[in-house]
Ligand binder design. Sequence first.
Ligand code: CU
Length: 461
Amino acid sequence: MTLKLNRRQFIATGTAFAALGARSAAAASPELNARVADIQLLPENYGSTRIWGFEGMAPGPEIRVVQGARVQRRLVNGLPDVTSTHWHGIRIDNSMDGVAGLTQEAIAPGTSFDYDFIVPDAGTYWYHAHNRSFEQVARGLHGALIVEEPDPLDIDHEEVLVLDDWLIDPDTAQIAETFGAMHDLSHAGRLGNYITTNGKYNLSKPVNRHERLRLRLINASNARIFQLALDGLEGWIVALDGMPLAQPREVEGTFLLAPAQRIDLIVDVTSETGGAGHIVQFDRNESFSQVAFEVTGDGAKSRRAAPGPLPPNNHAMPQLAGARDLSLLMEGGAMGGMRGAMMGGRMSSMREMMQSGNFWAFNGSVGGLDGAPLASLSHGETVRLKITNDTVFPHAMHLHGMHFHEISPDGSLGPLRDTTLLERGEVRDIAFVADNPGKWLLHCHMLSHAAAGMMTWIEVA
Ligand SMILES: [Cu+2]
């Protein structure tokens, strides 16, 4: 039936809508319920798995807005623990950053907190719990936050792909409740035995040959560094951690996606009709299909021309001459040879550290939220931070509130990131303009490491 309105009805309806608009503006934000749920995470022949998820899902509901929009969510804590929600990669107002104990009080069970912020940059972001995150993220509290460019891209499909790994007891189908296990804290972090994309171990998407896809990859795992490649798909990396590359980078061989990092790809389906393309995941010497793209039909006769860059987000360029130099020495962990570190205001032996579940140090001190900041910066100051990984494990270092440039070996400014991977023994300089006031966490996103000493913060005033 076609709805026809005469002018009188139209005016009346318009008035009704206006009243509705006024009422909804004053009403509460949409709710985002963090709660316990039982879901079919494992294959059908296994039982259900109890998770903690936003709206009872893992990943939680996708939040999708256009660049410059306002995001409002009332986080309702239906969990049996306090929580908070961090909006990872967003240049956000500090009071909305969601770090329990630094930017807000933890949200008690049965209470709520209203998140309300503007998203200044287009790109692929995510949200996740930021209280006991080594447990709460592992239980499933994460979801995608997508900020669209104002103008649509020339693509046929877009897929948001949240990669995760779960530590599951196969006998019970339940998440192994070994959070904070000594081995995870002191070695490579909590690694899972069940790998999913968007909560499925066998995610498959139908496509046509020669279609162009935008793939938004998000690593929501606690500690797994995904080593990935394309098969039957050819394309380009166009953005890292939400931020467009100045020029698309053709994918050749494997690429890494460390915990919390994102990669945006534009790929063309090159596999034959009836075949499949894959995002391939390498684990030790084996390879698996992380995501399959079943080529069910013929698309265009030939591929499109190579894509241009995504429109840039507007960031201040750091001027390295005259930048303030800071350094961060990362030490500790198993086989790291560290004898001890400052903890709670006094020198402590490794044995004393271990007794309180701490294994790592930043600049000789066990890190956390209680101590002094790594640095107090003036608003607008440019910083060059040298990060030295003097441990035998890789670490994915994340700065809240601002993106930074990795500095290339030749001294030039590399891509903008919010999470940078340092392999064992690696040294990396990063640079950024401290143009977002507040208290910003700087921590390892191997979440067990953050809980065991790899956490500090900077202040911008
Ligand atoms: Cu780490």
